[in-house]
Design a protein around this ligand. Structure first.
Ligand SMILES: CC(C)(COP(=O)(O)OP(=O)(O)OC[C@H]1O[C@@H](n2cnc3c(N)ncnc32)[C@H](O)[C@@H]1OP(=O)(O)O)[C@@H](O)C(=O)NCCC(=O)NCCS
Length: 310
C-alpha cells in the first residue's frame, strides 16, 4: 500500500459541521486561549477529495504548568498505520514541555503512549471501600474511641464558612501535588482548584476536623455519582502536623458513618498512593482496586531529544 500524502491544519467550524459526528471531540482551533486544535487530512483514494482521518489538540495545563495536555483520535479505519504517532509529533511542535495524559494499564491508549516512550509519573488506583460492611462500622467506632478526650471537633462542611473551606482545600492541594506534579501559584490554584472542588462537593455529607478553630483534615463526598455507589477523597491540610494521622482518620470515619446512614454500599477514593495519611489508612480497611489509571508523560522537547539521541 502506498503511503498517502498527509496534511495537518487548524480545525475549522466547517470541519466541526462536516466531521464532528465522526469523532468524540472536535472543536475549531482557537476555541480556548492558548490551545491548538488540528485535523489530519489525507486524499480519499476513492473520491480524490480531502478526508479528515484524525483530530487532536494541545494546550497548557493552568494548574500543573510543567506538562502540556494532549489528546488525539484517529478514525478507526485508519489506525495502526503511524498516523497517531505522526499526530503526537506534530502537536509536540507547538510546545517544548513534555505532554501528559491518563491511561488504563493494558488499554489501547496505554499501548500507544508506551510506544512513544511514555513513562508513568503516578499510578492512581481507585480504592473501593465496602461502606455497608460490619467491619467498616467497627473501624469507624475504633477511630472515634482512639480520639476520645482529644480537643477536636467534627463538622459538616455546610456548618463552616465557604472561604475557610476553600483555603483549606487550596493548602492541601498545593503540598499534595508538589513532589510529582508541581502546581502554579496559590493565587491560580485557589479559584481553579479550591473553589471548583468546593462547588463539586456535597457539603451536607462532607466532613472537616478542627483543632483550635483551624481545619486540620477534610473528607469530601463528590456530587457524582449519586445513589448506592459514591466517590470522594480525604487528607490532612498540614500533613506534618502532630495530630494529622488521627484527624485524617476521624474525618474519614465521620464521612463513612454519614454514608452508612445514607444507605450507601460502596465508596471509591481517588487518593494518591503518595498521600501520607490517606494511603496507609485506606490500607487498614477492606478495599478493592477499581479502574486503576496511570498519569503518564509523553516525551517532548528536551526529553524527546534526549530519548532520540544516538
Ligand atoms: C490510540 C490511537 C490514537 C492510536 O492511533 P494509531 O494511528 O493507530 O497509532 P499508530 O499507528 O501510530 O501506533 C503506534 C504504535 O502504538 C501501539 N498501538 C497503537 N494502537 C494499538 C492497539 N490497538 N493495540 C496494540 N498496540 C497499539 C503499537 O505499538 C503501534 O505500533 P505498530 O502498529 O507498529 O505495532 C487510536 O487508536 C485512537 O484514536 N484511539 C482512541 C483515542 C485514544 O486513545 N487516544 C489517545 C490519546 S493520547
Amino acid at each position: 500500500m502506498t503511503t498517502p500524502v498527509i496534511c495537518f491544519r487548524p480545525a475549522t467550524e466547517a470541519d466541526v459541521d462536516r466531521d464532528g459526528h465522526r469523532f468524540e471531540w472536535l472543536k475549531p482551533d482557537g476555541w480556548r486561549k492558548g490551545y491548538r486544535a488540528l485535523v489530519l487530512e489525507i486524499e480519499d483514494p476513492s473520491t480524490r477529495r480531502p478526508l479528515v482521518i484524525g483530530v487532536g489538540r494541545i494546550g497548557p495545563n493552568t494548574v500543573h504548568p510543567t506538562r502540556d495536555l494532549v489528546e488525539i483520535e484517529i478514525d478507526p479505519q485508519h489506525r495502526r498505520r503511524g498516523f497517531g504517532t505522526a499526530f503526537i509529533r506534530e502537536l509536540g511542535r507547538y510546545s517544548s514541555n513534555p505532554l501528559s495524559t491518563k491511561a488504563m494499564p493494558g488499554s489501547e491508549r496505554d499501548l500507544f503512549v508506551r510506544s512513544l516512550g511514555a513513562t508513568t509519573y503516578l499510578p492512581v488506583p481507585m480504592l473501593r471501600i465496602d461502606v455497608a460492611a460490619e467491619r467498616t462500622g467497627r473501624w469507624c467506632s475504633a477511630v472515634r474511641a482512639a480520639g476520645e478526650g482529644d480537643a477536636v471537633s467534627v463538622h459538616r462542611w455546610s456548618e463552616l464558612p465557604r472561604e475557610q473551606l476553600v483555603d483549606a482545600l487550596t493548602d492541601r492541594y498545593l503540598w499534595q501535588h508538589a513532589s510529582w506534579s508541581p502546581t502554579s501559584s496559590r493565587e491560580v490554584i485557589r479559584p481553579e482548584v479550591g473553589e471548583a472542588f468546593f462547588e463539586e462537593t456535597v457539603r451536607e455529607h462532607s466532613v472537616a476536623v478542627l483543632r483550635s478553630g483551624r481545619i486540620t483534615a477534610l473528607a469530601e463526598l463528590y456530587d457524582e455519582p449519586i445513589g448506592p455507589h459514591r466517590e470522594g477523597s480525604f487528607e490532612a491540610v498540614d500533613a506534618a502536623a502532630l495530630h494529622a494521622r488521627n484527624d485524617v482518620a476521624l474525618s474519614l470515619a465521620a464521612m463513612l458513618e454519614e454514608l452508612r446512614a445514607l444507605g450507601a454500599v460502596t465508596a471509591d477514593f481517588d487518593n494518591h498512593p503518595t498521600d501520607p495519611h490517606a494511603a496507609p489508612l485506606l490500607a487498614t480497611l477492606d478495599r478493592q482496586e477499581a479502574d486503576p489509571v496511570h498519569l503518564v508523560e509523553i516525551p517532548n522537547g528536551l526529553t524527546a531529544a534526549l530519548r532520540e539521541l544516538e
